[in-house]
Write a protein that binds this ligand. Structure first.
Ligand code: FEO
Length: 402
C-alpha cells in the first residue's frame, strides 16, 4: 500500500479489507471494504481516523505511512471523527507505539475512548468549530452527530478543500490500489454505487435526517475533496457523492424510485408459484423490479432494494401458525432500519391452517405501510388463483406508476 497524495500536506492512506467476516458482525462484504485514514502534515503531523486490526490493516497502513516518509510513531495528533471500532479498534496498539500523540475527538467521542479503550490521558475534547493549527495546514472540527453515532464529527482542511467525513459519503467495496473517483471506469462506478446504496441502507438509513442536517450545516464550505473513511475519495466530482447521499436520505422520506422489490421465501414451491404469477403482472406493466429469495440471500441486499423501491411484494408461507421465520427476521430488520412508507402486497400459501397474516399485521404496525389486498391460498395455487395473483402484480405496478 502507498499513500495517495491529495495535496502537498494531505494524503489518503487506507487498508483494503478482504474477509469472510461480517461488517458490524451483521452485513456481508464479499467485495471487501476499505478503512481510510488521512495524513495531514505541517510542522506537526495529524492522522485522521484509525483502523481495527483486521485483514492486516495495521501493516497496510504502516506501509502507506512509510511511503510518505513517516510512521505511527511520528504522529502528533490522532483525530477520531467517530469511535465505532472499525475506525478505532487498533487504538490500544497505536498507543503502545506512540504514547505521546494527543487523541482529539468531540466530548462524546472522548468519553467513548475512555469506555472502549480505557485511555485516560492525552485526550482532548474539541468543540464545534474549534481549530487545530498544524503549523501550515489548519484543521477545523464540525460536530455532525449521528452520522453515524452521536459523537461523530467531520474534519475540514481548507487549504486543499478536503472534508474528512468518516462514515458519511462512504461505501462498501475494497479499493484495490486506486482511491480517486476519476481513476475508476463507469462500470466500476456502477458497482460502487450499488455498494454505497447497500452501505447506506444497512448502516446509515436510520439517521437520514442527520445526513440532511450535516450536509446543510457544511454547505458553506468550498469542498474540493470528499474524503470518507470507507471507499472512494471524490475529487473530480465531489458533489456527486453528496447528492447521492441526499437522494438516499430522501428514500427515507418516501422520495423513492418507481420500482418494486420482490422478497420471497418458499418451503416447497407453492408460494414461489404465486411469486412467479405476481412477477408476470409486474412485467406486463413494464415496471423495474428486483427479486430476493430469503433466507438464501442475506437481508443486506433485500434491505438495499426495499429502501430504494416504492413498493414491495412480500411472499411467505405460513409456518407453524405464523410467518415463515426468515421473513419475520427480514421484517424485524426493516423495522429497525426505518423502511417506512411503502406500498405492499403480501401473498403466501398455507398448509393445514393459516397464521402468517396475524403475525405479519402485528409486525408491520409500526412501519406505516399501505397494504394492497393480500392473497393467501391453501396448498398449491389453482389456475384461477394464479390469474388473481397476476392481476395483483399488475395493480401494484399500476399503483407505483400512478
Ligand atoms: Fe465506519 Fe460507523 O463506522
Amino acid at each position: 500500500m502507498k499513500a495517495h497524495k491529495i495535496s502537498d500536506s494531505v494524503f489518503c492512506i487506507y487498508a483494503d479489507i478482504t474477509t469472510t467476516d461480517l461488517f458490524e458482525g451483521i452485513w456481508p462484504i464479499p467485495n471487501g471494504v476499505s478503512l481510510n485514514s488521512y495524513l495531514v502534515r505541517g510542522e506537526k503531523t495529524a492522522l485522521v481516523d484509525l483502523i481495527r486490526d483486521w485483514s492486516e490493516a495495521p501493516k497496510q497502513l504502516a506501509e502507506a505511512l512509510a511511503s510518505a516518509g513517516t510512521g505511527f510513531d511520528k504522529v502528533d495528533y490522532l483525530i477520531l471523527n467517530h469511535l465505532e471500532p472499525d475506525h478505532t479498534g487498533w487504538l490500544g496498539e497505536f498507543r503502545k507505539i506512540n504514547p505521546k500523540a494527543e487523541i482529539i475527538s468531540t466530548a462524546k467521542g472522548i468519553n467513548l475512548v475512555k469506555t472502549f479503550y480505557k485511555e485516560e490521558t492525552g485526550l482532548r475534547a474539541v468543540k464545534d468549530g474549534e481549530k487545530l493549527d498544524l503549523g501550515g495546514p489548519e484543521l477545523t472540527f464540525f460536530e455532525t452527530p449521528n452520522i453515524h453515532w452521536p459523537e461523530t464529527m467531520m474534519t475540514w482542511e481548507p487549504r486543499s478543500g478536503t472534508l474528512f467525513s468518516c462514515d458519511a459519503f462512504g461505501s462498501f467495496g475494497a479499493l484495490g490500489g486506486r482511491v480517486f473517483d476519476d481513476e475508476f471506469s463507469p462500470e466500476e462506478h456502477a458497482f460502487y454505487e450499488k455498494e454505497s446504496l447497500r452501505y447506506y441502507s444497512n448502516i446509515v438509513s436510520s439517521f437520514s435526517t442527520f445526513v440532511e442536517r450535516g450536509v446543510e450545516k457544511l454547505s458553506g464550505l468550498d469542498i474540493k475533496y470528499v474524503a470518507p473513511s470507507h471507499g472512494i475519495v471524490w475529487r473530480k466530482d465531489p458533489r456527486a457523492i453528496v447528492d447521492r447521499y441526499l437522494k438516499y436520505a430522501g428514500y427515507s422520506k418516501g422520495a423513492t424510485e418507481k420500482e418494486i422489490a420482490v422478497i420471497w421465501g418458499s418451503m416447497y414451491g407453492n408460494t414461489k408459484k404465486g411469486v412467479d404469477a405476481v412477477i408476470r403482472g409486474i412485467e406486463a406493466e413494464g415496471l423495474p423490479y428486483s427479486v430476493h429469495r430469503i433466507p438464501d440471500e442475506d437481508v443486506s441486499y433485500s434491505l438495499a432494494d426495499a429502501f430504494k423501491a416504492s413498493a414491495l411484494v412480500l411472499a411467505m408461507p405460513t409456518y407453524e401458525y405464523a410467518m415463515f421465520p426468515p421473513m419475520a427476521y427480514v421484517l424485524d430488520i426493516f423495522r429497525r432500519k426505518h423502511i417506512f412508507g411503502k406500498t405492499v402486497l403480501r401473498i403466501g400459501s398455507w398448509g393445514w391452517v393459516g397464521g402468517a397474516k396475524k403475525e405479519y399485521e402485528a409486525m408491520i404496525e409500526a412501519l406505516k405501510w399501505e397494504s394492497v389486498p393480500s392473497m393467501e391460498w391453501a396448498g398449491a395455487p389453482t389456475g384461477q388463483e394464479l390469474a388473481v395473483l397476476e392481476e395483483r402484480g399488475r395493480e401494484l405496478a399500476q399503483a407505483v406508476k400512478a
